[in-house]
Design a protein around this ligand. Structure first.
Ligand code: THU
Length: 149
């Protein structure tokens, strides 16, 4: 859905469904090193929902964030990356931090590629929420358009 100014809006039911799924899957996070658990849920236009959590590695730099984990689950679930267009309507993120935390830089790149028109909402442990468009999170992105294929 879009407002008169073209910006995306999200209905309350989808927002609450996405956040509830992100909260639930956070319990499955594997974060023995940072102890910072994150859950994420991706909602596609037809209502389909995919979830992911952060998965840390003993080789710390190999850690996978919750947002990319959820987007990978979406691709594995049959959504075709190259044809996605604006199909992802919501990416919901849940952490235990007091304040809501926006996605990291690597996840922002994936969001541009797999969920460019989504609303991204983060909820902190205190229940406060913040939301952004993907363009707000990563202006002037690299989209791969210049790549030879
Ligand atoms: N993390 C996420 O899952 N998403 C983000 O956007 C930021 C960070 C995870 C990675 C690591 O397991 C932990 O949070 C601390 O950085």
């Amino acid at each position: 859905m879009a407002d008169a100014d073209g910006s995306r809006t999200i209905d309350d039911e989808t927002l609450e469904r996405g956040l509830a799924a992100a909260r639930d899957v956070r319990a499955r996070a594997h974060a023995p090193y940072s102890r910072f658990t994150v859950g994420a849920a991706v909602v596609v236009g037809d209502g389909e929902l995919h979830v992911g959590c952060n998965v840390e590695s003993a080789s710390y730099g190999l850690t996978l964030c919750a947002e990319r984990s959820a987007l990978a689950a979406m691709i594995a679930g049959g959504e075709r990356g190259g044809d996605l267009g604006g199909r992802v309507v919501l990416v919901a993120i849940s952490t235990g931090a007091e304040e809501p935390t926006p996605p990291c830089g690597a996840c922002r790149q994936w969001l541009v590629e797999f969920a460019p028109d989504a609303i991204v909402v983060a909820e902190g442990g205190g229940g406060r929420r913040e939301q952004w468009s993907v363009a707000e999170l990563l202006p002037s992105p690299f989209t791969g358009q210049g790549l030879e294929r």
